[in-house]
Design a protein around this ligand. Structure first.
Ligand code: NAD
Length: 495
């Protein structure tokens, strides 16, 4: 049964927030006693006070993770045993959908109905997928010839640091933890300081599912302290990071300054959405163009933040697009009637508004453009569309990470490809055409980790996800994610 606004409010009032980090299977304070507040961006209300972990706490977590890895309490279990525990975790996530969805929504402002129908089921599905995969991936025997047997086996790396952002807190944690744990590693998860709550609940559920103590640790705290300490730690084997390109580059430096740990990066994007005049369903394309930028308040790394329109259909398309944009209306994230939630915090809201100010001076404001308050409170921004955005305008180049769409018109296919690729990012791209040859020709030339044709933001546990250029290194999701969390061992036997 679908919950009403009143039901969600009642559940939110009854919820108990986690308030401690989880290290070695136990809830702990930071050794310094320092704390920070988790704030609901829709109301400004303090939800919980959490430990601000620092280097010494990270070291404690690394020691715990290392001990767990070395004694084999998890790493030496058979794939089938690890599968059973992770399948139980997937079930527990499903059983606790409402609580997890509320933690997510209250902590970072997304719609609770989206969290309950997309984020939480998505996290359960990912744990299930990697649990089911792990006893089906075979190792190799190299074709050496008689008298030699060369076994090529995947081994878990050891201690993995997972550092994740605030836009999909539970899902980004899951994309790292599920394959890393399935492979037999120990993990230290560092959620974003804006959204630590669901990660802590996830670790509690993992313990309940039977994951041994010390195998999944959660250190809450700030990037410059807890995140940096993980990056610089001499006994962390790998960092799996999702976040901004700027911070991703810091992790490459941390690795060089410490133990050359492997660094995998899922970073920013400025994804283009190309609509050609031969698209046979412009209404659908307009609907999806709006969804592609306004879903999750535009706080999506693959958000289709640049719309490139072929000149002959541009005016008609923009008419349809503004109609579709009208169906996105910021409101109380706990109200199932709302179609957009709150921006994660004041500073991100100010950042988005500064881009909108720049757009007002340099482009044509077609729709939205204002900051809103709901019931006199909170960080809300209208869905906003700028047209006449020159390809080299900041709005067409820089990641805004908010509900702001930059529209540019093109005349030829070559020009469209050239504008689309005119970015330091290469995470995703979408295109709309009914011409099969063009679909293949253009998608091959778009420099993006995922190209969606006649849809936007296609994503699945079955397909790799990640970017070219400054969008990152490595791929999440699919069996390829195991490459991040394992190393190849050759054992050569002469007989
Ligand atoms: P962010 O880079 O500010 O923070 C990400 C994480 O890094 C947080 O846990 C943060 O505490 C930590 N961190 C921050 N500064 C650090 C430092 N100096 N040293 C070590 N750790 C540090 O990113 P954000 O604002 O939380 O998230 C938004 C960004 O994430 C956007 O750029 C978005 O595109 C990106 N993102 C990418 C993907 C993807 O898969 N490619 C998915 C979601 C979000």
């Amino acid at each position: 049964m679908e919950l009403s606004h009143k039901d969600w409010i009642a559940k939110a009032q009854a919820i108990t927030f986690p308030t401690r980090a989880i290290i070695d299977g136990k809830p702990v304070e930071a050794l310094s006693g320092r704390t920070f507040d988790s704030i609901n961006p829709a109301t400004g209300q303090v939800l919980a006070t959490l430990p601000a972990c620092e280097a010494v706490d990270v070291d404690f977590a690394v020691q715990s993770a290392r001990a767990a890895f070395e004694d084999g309490r998890w790493s030496a279990r058979s794939p089938a045993e690890r599968k059973a525990v992770l399948l139980r975790l997937a079930d527990l996530i499903r059983e606790n959908t409402e609580e997890l969805a509320l933690l997510e929504s209250l902590d970072m402002g997304k719609l609770v109905k989206d969290a309950a129908t997309i984020d939480v089921p998505g996290a359960a599905a990912i744990f299930q997928w990697y649990a089911e995969a792990i006893d089906k991936v075979y190792d190799e025997i190299a074709p050496t010839g008689e008298g030699d047997l060369a076994l090529v086996r995947r081994e878990p790396l050891g201690v993995i640091g997972a550092v994740v952002p605030w836009n999909f807190p539970l899902d980004m944690a899951t994309w790292k933890c599920a394959p890393a744990l399935a492979m037999g590693n120990s993990v230290i998860l560092k959620p974003a300081e804006q959204s630590p709550l669901s990660a802590l609940r996830l670790a509690e559920l993992a313990l309940e599912a039977g994951l041994p103590e010390g195998v999944l640790n959660v250190v809450t705290g700030f990037g410059e302290t807890a995140g940096k300490a993980l990056g610089l730690h001499m006994d962390v084997d790998c960092i799996a990071f999702t976040g901004s390109t700027e911070v991703g580059k810091y992790f490459l430096e941390y690795s060089g300054q410490s133990n050359m740990k492997q660094i995998w990066l899922e970073c920013g994007g400025k994804s283009p959405n190309l609509v050609f005049a031969d698209c046979d369903d412009l209404d659908k394309a307009a609907e999806m163009a709006a969804l592609g930028i306004f879903f999750n308040q535009g706080e999506v790394c693959t958000a289709n933040s640049r719309l490139l329109l072929e000149k002959s259909i541009a005016d008609e398309f923009l008419g349809r697009l503004t109609e579709k944009a009208a169906s996105f209306r910021p409101g109380d994230p706990l109200d199932p009637a709302s179609t957009m939630g709150a921006i994660v915090d004041e500073s991100q809201t100010a950042r988005i508004m500064s881009y909108i100010e720049h757009g007002r001076k340099t482009c044509n404001l077609l729709y939205g453009g204002d900051r809103l308050k709901i019931d006199g409170k909170g960080c809300f921004v209208e869905p906003t569309i700028f047209s006449n955005v020159a390809p080299d305008n900041r709005l067409g180049i820089e990641e805004i990470f908010g509900p702001v769409l930059a529209v540019t018109v093109f005349q030829t296919e070559e020009e469209a490809i050239s504008i689309a690729n005119n970015t330091v990012y290469g995470l995703a791209a979408s295109m709309w055409t009914s011409n099969l040859s063009r679909a293949h020709r253009v998608s091959a030339k778009l420099r993006a980790g995922t190209v969606s044709v006649n849809t936007v933001d296609a994503v699945s546990p079955m397909t790799p996800f990640g970017g070219f250029k400054q969008s990152g290194i490595g791929r999440d999701l699919s069996l390829h994610a195991f490459d991040k969390y394992s190393g190849l061992k050759t054992t050569w036997i002469k007989y």
